[in-house]
Ligand binder design. Sequence first.
Ligand code: WT7
Length: 652
Amino acid sequence: MTESVSSANAQRHSIDPDIRSRAWLDESQYQEMYQRSIEDPEGFWRDQAKTLAWFREPETISRSTFSATGTDIRWFEDGTINAAWNCLDRHLETRGDQPAIIWEGDEPGDTKTLRFRELHGRVGQCANALKSLGIGRGDTVTLYMPMVPEAAIAMLACARIGALHSVVFGGFSPDALAGRIQDSGSRVVITADESVRGGKHIPLKENVDEALSREGTEIVEHVLVVRRTGGDTAWHDRDRWYHEVVDGQSRECPAEELGAEEGLFILYTSGSTGKPKGLKHTIGGYLLYTSLTHRYVFDYHDGDVYWCAADVGWITGHSYIVYGPLANGATTLMFEGVPSYPTHGRVGEIIDRHGVNILYTSPTAVRALMAHGEHIMDSSSRDSLRMLGSVGEPINPEAWSWFHRVVGNGRCPIMDTWWQTETGGHMITPLPGFSEIKPGAAMKPFFGVRPALYDNEGNRLEGEASGNLVIEASWPGQARTIWHNHERFEQTYFSMHEGVYFTGDGARRDADGDYWITGRIDDVLNVSGHRLGTAEIESSLVAHEAVAEAAVVGYPHDVKGQGIYIYVTLNDGVTQSEELRRELISRVRHDIGPIATPDIIQWAPGLPKTRSGKIMRRILRKIASNELEGLGDTSTLADPSVVEELIEHRHQ
Ligand code: WT7
């Protein structure tokens, strides 16, 4: 774990007084509300729950226990609600004609606006279509979609009828998709012929066909295909054009009255071991938590145009493109393309074209822009911007100040939001009403969040300290379980330290009580803000007949934050070659997807292991990061000479 800057010499940034004064809450109001949320969570969340529209308001607020052998998380369990109703119907009277989704396609100027009334009708049609295919309450539907309005429409259509969506990021491979379809048990898959990013076409439908040729996916009965490009695609009996099934349906579809603890969606994410886990989020708590954080953290006010530049395939897209903003009646911008196409000025041009007030993106996107120089922002003024947000990984000081100075014209504060797929929404974050923020610090817990630091022995650390970041009590947005595997849920998150939620991240709390996230302390990589398990990549490699053993670690990468460094031991008699290296790289891309493309493969005659045969990843990480001093004690290794050999041949 790298030590962060201490508070004494941390830079401080004063938030622009105009921005601060219009914020919902100033610092003392935050303090007061936070205090209440901790001392009287029942009263606090009962009041907050009134910001949603319920069929039946909840009486019971929370009954949650954290334990390695009996985690049970429930919020608002006797309330009944519908997420799509909250995101659509309740806005019709007051803002039916306000843009709900502004879509900007891959080609500049290819835009569409869906007003709340129109979106409501389109969601109703899609919901009726799903019903006509036999989908209803408790069923799962897999979405493998480009960033087109139909992705949000299909999500909300599922929510409307009580089906759970499982969105699989369009960059995942057919094999990764197949595993997720199988695990979720989806009978319907919604996809598009192709997606378009940066002028390139990606054959989504072809990938679905390939996925459905894998064992275990026979349960899929129907594939709905959105026509995005008109590109050629093979056609099977199970395939139907989306528009042919959806467009003729009635726009009216009653919103099911659902229990607050019924499932809203499953979302797969990588862990340190085994296959990706399907985190299950439920309706009431998730919707309340995402709408509340969206409003306060981005200081969202009526009429603002808000852009979260993530993909709906990730939790950021679920919580902060779709559910949070739409529940607040916000205009949410959805961008299909990439920031570098057709030129690196694209982000600024989109901001100007649509008058974006709030921009939420990732450090990796900022660093990618930064690499091309400030002049790329000359094609736009970005005068409409008021607020910036960052998510996905720690933001380094250079990226922070470039984002602030160049993108935000030195005027917009950056909300560095720390959270996870598991947490549903922002957990530790600055608020726009704070007088000062510290670049690189995630700062303060959001309402109801009780962070703490533990050492490896399970001692709770007080005051200024570094340790394992845990959360000591449940909050409404939290994932409730791993789909069909509650035991793994308890094992992964509640067994490290009894009675608390273990985040997998390390953090430091400075003398002011502000939190600095230092990064994952488990075997999870964070590549360009995407989470990848080292075990998944390793199992892809060892399945290759030439490979005896593989160890995957992260190393610092200028743009991606972390790059993928792989040590491969070949089977006896196999010779290392450039061709084999390329083959192994394409094997990983094939099994997981392009986001997992290895950066470096080092041939390793042996791996450093303890006498009991455990790979010493700490040493491998240091070698990969070129931190050759302080390799630590290597005397417990079975064969210390292995380390010398790896250092000598390390990839420069
Ligand atoms: C991991 C969660 C939350 C949506 C995107 C990623 C890292 C996330 C920050 C931040 C430092 C961050 C953590 C976390 N992370 N935000 N602001 N500062 N690190 O969701 O794929 O579930 O990954 O991303 O390591 O555990 P995810």
